[in-house]
Structures are given as structure tokens and as C-alpha cells.
Design a protein around this ligand. Structure first.
Ligand code: CA
Length: 693
């Protein structure tokens, strides 16, 4: 028992308490009285942030102007709220009438007093802790939604839940996914005409993507729109699927899904009554494996417009035909009215994972422009009429030798929110440069409930793989001219989402643990503070009692630190909502000193066993514990295991001794000697990287 307790203590990260000292009860009663009319008139009450992007057009822009270029230097911490068990925060909180609603560790939902940070209630949906194994990019969530007295969120294990805003008690819950499939929800719901709209993730595992609407009062499904065709022996669900099926040829993608998940962005134009969303990559990544006869594989990596009342298809634009590079088009979609070639156009804009900034006519999906904002090598040009790219020969990777393609699967821009200032017409977003050596395993057999990227670890590494670098940027982008007005370069990638405000400021957290305010028109740095951990989420701004606040969720995690490990800074220990105002006087407690790293036992396995362990580690462990056994920090670094964990290694990995802390058992896919080989690989990595000899 004592041994287990020690291991448990090791696996749990520092448990934190709320930083406000002894808690008084807040007198505020949350009402969450939000409806479509109120969201459509959001600019009339800029002190609230009532939906994910503040408006249905998802501009992530605040019209508040109390915080300006002149007083930003006097910003300080107003309050902070600790979220225990730091596994990463991607949430954009909602603020309505003095109450902040946010999600935290494994979908725990909180209502906080927006002025003081005092907790009003919390609701724990008790998400299956081992479900992290069936989700690609961390046990994270991008936020709640509110509507007519209820607070909604999608859970990692695929439920949509509604909680009474006053009491914090469950109103209803609906399992939106098949629990026998590796589907999960990390995105924030949007609510249109009384329907809660949500998709799911799972494209790296092999699932059939879809988006669906549920009645906000009852949780009953109203419609479901699939993004890729299903079993060809069955009738098509609709005309759109009949059209899409013509672009899939051969193969048995439909047996495990094909991909195209709708895992993040949505935006809505009330006038056109169109809902826009982005779809994810195909599965497996290589088209040869999923659709060997060729074809564009609709609607992978596309922006699709549908009617939000019926789920009926209206138009689509496929950014990357037959995507083979994990270029999910799931990034934020901003709606705006721009003057293009002297004509007013209703556009939508996306800074996509594939490295291009797209501008489309949102009335009909017509292509307007696409401009690269980082190094891109996957195409040789985009037809200015049709918007169809010509794929580079060098990007069409094989199985024997890998090909380096830019961007790589971490993407040029991911879910991190971008901000559009309608006055200046500029879009502010976080970007990153990085390439990847792609190859495919021609003998890949689909693995149920597991990662199915089907890359070939035995492929020869090309010489240009040594030139791959990883770098981050903040852009102020002119979407009409298709070029940056200014940019900030960061040493690291995976920086935070961006907020611009009418005070001519831009706020962003960084991978290296800072929170920074820039001047919006020229990029001059006005103020920065230490966040004590990496920040990936996007900030919001709101008013409480006549004062303007800027809030951001600080907490390191997500795909890059989880899978990439040492490719980014390592942070651990803190997940917090940080809230700033002019003259704020609160202080974060000093950071805890990192725990001493125990001396590791000397490796004594054979080269062959270590090599076998490395292959198994990459398939089953690296996606959370980091490639090369270097952790990004929010998951235990296996090179630092204590004696007790080494002793219990088999039972942790095979039997799930620590499943309740999120370490799922792998006894269904690994045998005892496999685990021994993985253990040998980790020990070797500890010695190779820690200089402990
Ligand atoms: Ca993906």
C-alpha cells in the first residue's frame, strides 16, 4: 500500500488551492440568460463574452477600450483561480453578467465570480480517466457554451452535458459518440436556434467524422451530418454523401471511418443562415492506404457550409484534395465584410494548418485568395479561379524513403484563436514553422482503437530532415493584401491564441510562459508578465462592475508538448485562470522548486531489446509521454521514474494500477516481454540523455 501511495504521489502533480485565501461565498447568482438575439447584438453589450468567439462571426475581438496603449504598462494581476491537476488548458471562458464559466481538468465545469474569482459552483462530469488513450492531443477542452439558463460542454468521453446555471446541477446528458469507438470531444459547442452543435475528434485513430445538433432543452439529437461516406453497400444518407462517395476509390476506409472529424471551428452567419465548419485529416494519412484508387476524398480537410436547422449541405471548399499530411482544416473561421477589388464581399477567413491564409466568399464558397504565411512545400501553386492546389511531386511520399514536407503535422496554425479587428481590417494570429519527414508503411494493418497514422519507422531518413527547425510567430495580417503588416518572432512554437481590442492592443500568452500585450497597429511590446507555465489558450476581455479585465487560461499541454516533448519548453505544475486589470495588485505564489531527479538504474538490456522497446514506445507511449521519452512536463517524464515505479512498471502498464490518474492499461495490446522492452528503452534513454553514467 505504501509503495502504491508513493507512486501515486509521484504521478499526481502539485495539487493547488484557490489563490484567494479563505473563501467567501459570492453573492452573484449565475443566470446565463443568453439567446440568439442577445448573441447577435453582442456589440451592444461588449462587457460580456457570451459565445466562444464572442460573436457568431467568431472574431475573438473585444470592443472594450478602457485598457489602452497608454495604460497597458500599469496592468497587473486582478485575481487568479487554480485548477488542480495540471494537464493543460485550451479553454476560452464565457463571461455573462458578472459570472465566468470555464472548463478545467477532465471537463470539470466552474462558475466563478468574474470580479473576484470566487468559485460559485463546480460540476464534475466524472470523465473516464483512461480516455486520454483514445484521444490524440491531451485531456483538454476548448470551452463551454451558455443558453437560456444552462451551461453546456462536450466531454472527452463523448458526452454533451447541460448544467443548470443557478445550481450547478446536471440538467441532462447525451452520449453523442459510440463509446466502442475512439471518439472524443475537445471542442466548444455553439448554440443556434436552440440547437447545441458539436462534432468530435478521432481522425488519427480512424473514425467517421460528423457534426450534429442536439435540442438545448432535452439533449435529443436533431440532425447529424457525416463528412465522409460510409459503407458503400448501404444507401447514402443524403445527396452530399452521394457526391463525396465518388471521390473515394477502392480500399476499405469505411470499415474504420476514413476521418474528416469536426473537432474545433464553427461560425455562423445569421443573415445567410449558414453554419461553417472545418474538417480534419483522413485516416490513414497516406491516400494509398485508405483510397488506393485515388480521388479527392471529400470532405476531408475542407470548409463546409450547411443549414444549421436541418444539417443540409450547401457548399464546400476543399483546401487540400486527398490530404496526406494531417492538414486538418479545423482552424478558426472568421466572418467579415471586406472590400476586395473595390467590391464589398462577405468573406470567411482561416489561417490554416497547411500554412495558407484563405479568404473565401461565404455566400457560395467561391475562392478569393490563399497566401502562404510560413514555409510551405506541399503545393506548387493554387489556381486563382478554382482555388485548387497543384500538389508537389516532392510531397507525395513513399514507403522506402521519407520525404520532408513543410508544414508538418503540428501545423502552421492550430486551434489557437485568432482575432479580427473590424476597424483596422487586420487579423492577428499565432503561427509556426516546422517540417516533417513523412513515409507510409505499405503493409499496415488497421489497429482497432489505436493510432493509425501508418507511418513507416523503417523508411530511410532524407538528408534535408536535418534542416528541420521549429519556430513561432505572431502575425498582424492584412487579409486583402495577403501579407503581414508586422510580426513578432519567437524562439519556440506552440504559442497562445490572440485577442485584439478596441484599445489598440493585442494580447497573447507564449510557449515560454509569458503573457504579453502589444500595440496593435505597429507590434510594439507594451507590457509583459510571467505566467509561470506555457500559455496556449486565447485571452478574452470583459467588464465587471465598470472595470475592464483581460483573462487567459494558462496551462501547458496539447499536441506539440505531448507528442513533441522536448521540441518545446517543458512546463509543469500550474493550470490557472489568470485575470488582469489596470492597477491589479494580486500576486502569484512563488513557483515550486522542481523535484530532484532520482538516480536511474544502470541499463543492462541488449541492443535488440532496446530497439524493440523503442518501436513499441513510439506506437503506444510517445503520443503522451513525448517522443524520445522526453516529456513536455504535464505528463510524468519516464526518464525520472522512482524506484517504486520501476518496481511496479509491469503492473502500471499492463494492469492499469494508475488508471484512475489517467495512465490507461495496455494489457490488451502489450505482452509482458513487450513491456520489458519498453522499460529497457526508457532506461537507455534516461542514461543517454541525462549524463548519469
Ligand atoms: Ca489531425
Amino acid at each position: 500500500m505504501r509503495r502504491l501511495a508513493l507512486i501515486t504521489a509521484f504521478f499526481m502533480l502539485a495539487a493547488c488551492s484557490n489563490g484567494q485565501g479563505p473563501q467567501k461565498t459570492s453573492s452573484i447568482v449565475p443566470t446565463a440568460k443568453v439567446d440568439g438575439a442577445r448573441i447577435m447584438a453582442a456589440d451592444q453589450e461588449p462587457g460580456n463574452w457570451m459565445t466562444y468567439g464572442r460573436t457568431y462571426g467568431e472574431g475573438h475581438f473585444s470592443p472594450l477600450d478602457q485598457i489602452t496603449i497608454d495604460n497597458a504598462k500599469n496592468l497587473g494581476l486582478a485575481w487568479y483561480f487554480d485548477i488542480p491537476n495540471a494537464r493543460g488548458l485550451e479553454v476560452t471562458p464565457i463571461v455573462v453578467d458578472g459570472v465566468m464559466y470555464t472548463t478545467g481538468f477532465y471537463n470539470v465545469l466552474y462558475a466563478l465570480d468574474a470580479k473576484t474569482g470566487q468559485m460559485i459552483w463546480k460540476y464534475d462530469p466524472e470523465v473516464r480517466r483512461d480516455w486520454g488513450r483514445y484521444s490524440c492531443c491531451g485531456v483538454v477542452n476548448r470551452g463551454p457554451a451558455v443558453w437560456k439558463g444552462k451551461v453546456y460542454e462536450g466531454t472527452l468521453d463523448g458526452r454533451l452535458i447541460a448544467v443548470d446555471a443557478k445550481t450547478g446541477k446536471l440538467a441532462w446528458e447525451t452520449q453523442t459518440t459510440d463509446p466502442k469507438k475512439p471518439l472524443s470531444i475537445t471542442g466548444a459547442p455553439r448554440i443556434i436556434h436552440g440547437k447545441v452543435i458539436i462534432g468530435s475528434s478521432g481522425g488519427e485513430f480512424g473514425v467517421r467524422g460528423y457534426i450534429a445538433a442536439y435540442d438545448a432543452e432535452t439533449g435529443k439529437q436533431v440532425w447529424r451530418f457525416y463528412t465522409v461516406p460510409g459503407d458503400p453497400s448501404k444507401p447514402f444518407e443524403n445527396k452530399a454523401m452521394e457526391m463525396a462517395a465518388k471521390t473515394w476509390k477502392g480500399g476499405d476506409w469505411w470499415k474504420h471511418g476514413g476521418g474528416g472529424t469536426v473537432w474545433d471551428s464553427m461560425s455562423y452567419d445569421p443573415e445567410l443562415n449558414l453554419l461553417y465548419f472545418g474538417t480534419g485529416n483522413g485516416n490513414e494519412w497516406a491516400r494509398k492506404l485508405r483510397s488506393p484508387g485515388g480521388g479527392d476524398n471529400l470532405f476531408l480537410t475542407s470548409i463546409v457550409a450547411i443549414n444549421p436547422d436541418t444539417g443540409k449541405y450547401v457548399w464546400h471548399y476543399q483546401e487540400v484534395p486527398a490530404d496526406q499530411w494531417d492538414y486538418d482544416a479545423a482552424q478558426q473561421i472568421i466572418l467579415a465584410d471586406l472590400q476586395i477589388d473595390g467590391k464589398p464581399r462577405k468573406v470567411l477567413m482561416q489561417a490554416a494548418k497547411d500554412g495558407y491564409f484563405y479568404v473565401l466568399d461565404r455566400t457560395n464558397g467561391q475562392f478569393i485568395s490563399a497566401t502562404p504565411f510560413v514555409k510551405t512545400t506541399w503545393n506548387t501553386g493554387i489556381d486563382p479561379k478554382t482555388g485548387r492546389p497543384t500538389i508537389s511531386k516532392s510531397a507525395l511520399y513513399g514507403s522506402k524513403e521519407a520525404s520532408v514536407v513543410w508544414p508538418g503535422p503540428f501545423g502552421a496554425h492550430d486551434w489557437q484563436s485568432m482575432s479580427f479587428d473590424p476597424t483596422s481590417g487586420l487579423v492577428y494570429f499565432s503561427a509556426q514553422d516546422q517540417g516533417y519527414a513523412y513515409s507510409f508503411d505499405p503493409n499496415w494493418k488497421h489497429k482497432k482503437m489505436q493510432w493509425n497514422l501508418a507511418q513507416n519507422p523503417d523508411a530511410k531518413t532524407p538528408p534535408d530532415a536535418a534542416q528541420i527547425t521549429y519556430r513561432g510567430y505572431l502575425y498582424a495580417w492584412d487579409p486583402i493584401a495577403g501579407k503581414p503588416v508586422w510580426k513578432v518572432e519567437y524562439k519556440d512554437m506552440w504559442n497562445g491564441g490572440v485577442l485584439a481590442t478596441a484599445g489598440n492592443i493585442v494580447a497573447q500568452g507564449t510557449a515560454d510562459g509569458r503573457f504579453i500585450v502589444y500595440r496593435a497597429d505597429d507590434g510594439k511590446k507594451l507590457w509583459e508578465t510571467q505566467a509561470q507555465t506555457g500559455v496556449m489558450a486565447g485571452p478574452i476581455s470583459y467588464m465587471a462592475d465598470g472595470e475592464q479585465y483581460i483573462a487567459v487560461a494558462a496551462g501547458w499541454g496539447g499536441s506539440v508538448p505531448l507528442i513533441g516533448g522536448g521540441l518545446t519548453p517543458v512546463h509543469s505544475g500550474y493550470n490557472r485562470i489568470l485575470v488582469y486589470k489596470v492597477g491589479g495588485k494580486a500576486k502569484l505564489p512563488p513557483m515550486l522548486a522542481p523535484a530532484a531527479i532520482p538516480q536511474q538504474p544502470k541499463p543492462n538490456a541488449t541492443k535488440e531489446e532496446v530497439a524493440k522497446g523503442g518501436v513499441l514506445y513510439n506506437q503506444y507511449c510517445a503520443n503522451c509521454h513525448g517522443s524520445g521519452a522526453i516529456s513536455g512536463g504535464m505528463i510524468p517524464d519516464l526518464r525520472h521514474l522512482r524506484h517504486e515505479a520501476h518496481q511496479a512498471f509491469n503492473s502500471i502498464v499492463l494492469n492499469g494500477t494508475l488508471a484512475r490518474y489517467g495512465m490507461a492499461p495496455f494489457g490488451d495490446v502489450l505482452k509482458r516481454d513487450d513491456v520489458q522492452a519498453i522499460h529497457a528503452y526508457i532506461l537507455q534513454r534516461a542514461w543517454d540523455t541525462m549524463d548519469q553514467k
